[in-house]
Structures are given as structure tokens and as C-alpha cells.
Design a protein around this ligand. Structure first.
Ligand SMILES: NC(=O)C1=CN([C@@H]2O[C@H](COP(=O)(O)OP(=O)(O)OC[C@H]3O[C@@H](n4cnc5c(N)ncnc54)[C@H](O)[C@@H]3O)[C@@H](O)[C@H]2O)C=CC1
Ligand SMILES: O=C([O-])CC(=O)C(=O)O
Length: 329
């Protein structure tokens, strides 16, 4: 068997961690032949709870799980890491907007980026889940000058999956019949879910749904789904977030099917759709040979342009705010 891949999960004792770790350990990320070693990073107060999760992982007797270590020190937790899930953060609670979380979370992601820079494996892939995910990814990436910037990504896949499900419900199609939705921009209520290029069982989605549904139902439902889950559950999405985190990394590692894209928050180099360099932006992406590539050349309608521009502004504001706080050089 191959050497184990090292996966570090921060916030391992939290809700998403609990839904994510068992799936990784069972082989759903790398496949049935690749052993996995799990590094769990927590704050000192939550290490004991992480030990409980580790005991349960043990009790599953997963054949692919070669070991589990628990840390409260980022430098140790990211040593040799191939895949880093940066989940640990302060979750948004009822009535709170993501901007409120910027300052609380900015201090977490800089040191973790620095630890990744210092000790992670050369092929490290990072997915930032903790909110505000896009800007936290920028903070971590800025603290890791020796790691290629495109290895830092942010999670837009939950928004992408939500968009697929809403379109499937509306059209009566199977989820597997929906291709090429995209959610541009920020993982926040600013995001722009877009079906302009989507197909439903091979037919253009635009022929099957009308503009009123798109603007009054589809886009608000997808963009505000996180808040709706919090209102219903009294806690933010956890199992669906973990599922999207598996999907994001799986597509990155194993590739996307021919002619299909997914949405990922990826580092903007300034060359795609007018998005400034340095932001982590939700784009349509394909994956091949272990790399995500932005799908270029799509025809952009006025409405989509406005949606993209709105997200550029929103992410720039977050960027400027953390820069003013000194978290970005
Ligand atoms: N991007 C996305 O699509 C989504 C993002 N989220 C975000 O994911 C994050 C985690 O959510 P939950 O697991 O539900 O929260 P949770 O509160 O259940 O767990 C968070 C865990 O992170 C730990 N933690 C805090 N600071 C840490 C640090 N510096 N190092 C390591 N661990 C640390 C806490 O001790 C806690 O165990 C939140 O920011 C939430 O808003 C949630 C759903 C979707
Ligand atoms: O809204 C939140 O805080 C949790 C989240 O990111 C989501 O469910 O999309």
C-alpha cells in the first residue's frame, strides 16, 4: 500500500469536524487504496473533546486509517500535511453577518498559513471552510509566501450544491441531470448563483425557468440558505458543509468529468472576468492533473456582470478591512 496521506483538520472537535473526519478516514476522499493519517488541531480547551472524536474514529476500525494525532500547536499539526482543511473558526450565530466575524477570525488564519508555509508537504492543498472563508483564505495565503498561491482555496462548493438542488427541485430533474451551475464571488449573501450556462438533462436551464423565479426565488434561496439553516437548526450547516468539503477536495485531487465544471473559491491572478488579483473568488473551475483551472471565455450577461462586480466590491471591502487590521501586507 502507498504511504499514508496526511490530512490536517482544524476545529476537529466542532460540528463540521465531526461530520468530516469519518468520511475522510473511510476513504471517501482519496479512494479505497490510499491510507490516511489524521492530524486534529484544536484550541487547548477543546483538545479533550477532540480526543473523544479520535476514540470514535478508532472504534470504527477503518482499514485505511493509519493513525490519529491531536495537537493544539499549528506548527506541529501541519508538519508534512498533504491536505489541510481549515475549519476551526468562530461560527456565525443568529443575527450575525460575516463581516462581524472578520476580526475575530483573522488572527487564526495568519498563524495557520505561516505554519503551512513552514512545514507542510510540497503538494499541500488547502481548503478554508471557516468563515468568512474567502477572506480567511487570503489571510492564510498571504502568510505562506513559499507555497504557490493557487494551493489556497475557499469553500464555495456548498453554495454550488445548494444551487444544483434548488434547480433540480424546480425542474423536477434528478440532481445528476444538472450540469454547470456556478456561484460567483463570495460565500456570503452577496454571492451570485448563476444558471446562465447550466443544463438540465442536456437542455439549457434558461429555457426551463423564468427570470422572475431566478431573481425572486432561486438566487435569494441559495444565497441565504446558510442563515435559513441557522434559523431552523439553531446551528450552522455542518453535515452539508462537510459533504461539500469532501466534494471540493475530491474534484481537486481526482479531476472533474469532461465538459463539466464545479464552483471553487480560488486565488484570483487578475486575469479572469475582471476580478482583481489577490482575492479568493468563486469561479467556475475544472480540475485536471491535480490542479483547478478557471473556465475562461464564458459570455457574461449584464446581470451576471453586475453580480460579479457586486462580489468584487464585497470582497475588496473585506480585503481592505483585514489589511487595515494588519493581517495582509
Ligand atoms: N464555507 C462554508 O460553506 C461554510 C462555512 N462554515 C463555517 O465553518 C466554521 C466551523 O463551523 P462548525 O464546525 O459548525 O463550528 P463549531 O463551533 O462547531 O466548531 C469550530 C471548532 O473550531 C475550534 N477552533 C476555534 N479556533 C480554533 C483555532 N484557532 N484552531 C483550531 N481550532 C479552533 C473550536 O474549538 C471548535 O471546536 C464556522 O466558521 C462556520 O461559519 C459553516 C458552514 C459552511
Ligand atoms: O451561514 C453560516 O454562517 C454557515 C455557512 O457558511 C453556510 O451554511 O453557508
Amino acid at each position: 500500500m502507498a504511504d499514508p496521506r496526511i490530512v490536517t483538520v482544524t476545529g476537529a472537535a466542532g460540528h463540521i469536524g465531526y461530520a468530516l473526519l469519518f468520511r475522510i478516514a473511510s476513504g471517501q476522499l482519496f479512494g479505497p487504496d490510499v491510507p490516511v493519517k489524521l492530524n486534529l488541531l484544536e484550541i487547548p480547551q477543546a483538545v479533550h473533546a477532540a480526543e473523544g472524536t479520535a476514540m470514535e474514529l478508532d472504534d470504527c476500525a477503518f482499514p485505511l486509517l493509519s493513525g490519529i494525532d491531536i495537537f493544539d500547536d499549528a506548527a506541529k499539526a501541519f508538519s508534512g500535511t498533504n491536505v489541510a482543511y481549515l475549519v476551526g473558526a468562530r461560527p456565525r450565530t443568529k443575527g450575525m453577518e460575516r463581516a462581524d466575524l472578520l476580526e475575530a477570525n483573522a488572527g487564526i488564519f495568519g498563524p495557520q498559513g505561516a505554519a503551512i508555509n513552514a512545514g507542510a508537504a510540497d503538494d499541500v492543498r488547502v481548503l478554508v471552510v471557516g468563515n468568512p472563508a474567502n477572506t480567511n483564505a487570503v489571510i492564510a495565503q498571504n502568510a505562506a509566501p513559499d507555497v504557490p498561491a493557487d494551493r489556497f482555496t475557499s469553500m464555495m462548493r456548498l453554495d454550488h450544491n445548494r444551487a444544483i438542488s434548488q434547480l433540480a427541485h424546480k425542474t423536477g430533474a434528478a440532481v445528476s441531470d444538472i450540469k454547470n451551475v456556478v456561484v460567483w464571488g463570495n460565500h456570503s449573501a452577496d454571492q451570485y448563483p448563476d444558471v446562465s450556462y447550466a443544463t438540465v438533462a442536456g437542455r439549457p436551464a434558461a429555457d426551463l425557468v423564468d427570470d422572475a423565479w431566478l431573481s425572486e426565488e432561486f438566487r435569494p434561496t441559495v444565497a441565504k440558505r446558510g442563515a435559513a439553516i441557522i434559523a431552523a437548526r439553531g446551528a450552522s450547516s455542518a453535515a452539508s458543509a462537510a459533504n461539500a468539503a469532501i466534494d471540493h477536495m475530491h474534484s481537486w485531487i481526482h479531476g472533474t468529468p469532461e465538459g463539466e465544471w464545479v464552483t471553487a473559491g480560488v486565488y484570483s491572478d487578475g486575469s479572469h472576468y475582471g476580478v482583481p488579483a489577490g482575492l479568493s473568488f468563486g469561479f467556475p473551475v475544472t480540475s485536471a492533473d491535480g490542479e483547478y483551472h478557471v473556465v475562461d471565455g464564458l459570455e457574461i450577461s449584464d446581470a451576471t456582470r453586475a453580480g460579479i462586480d457586486h462580489n468584487i466590491e464585497a470582497l475588496r471591502e473585506e480585503y481592505d478591512a483585514v489589511k487595515a487590521l494588519g493581517f495582509i501586507k
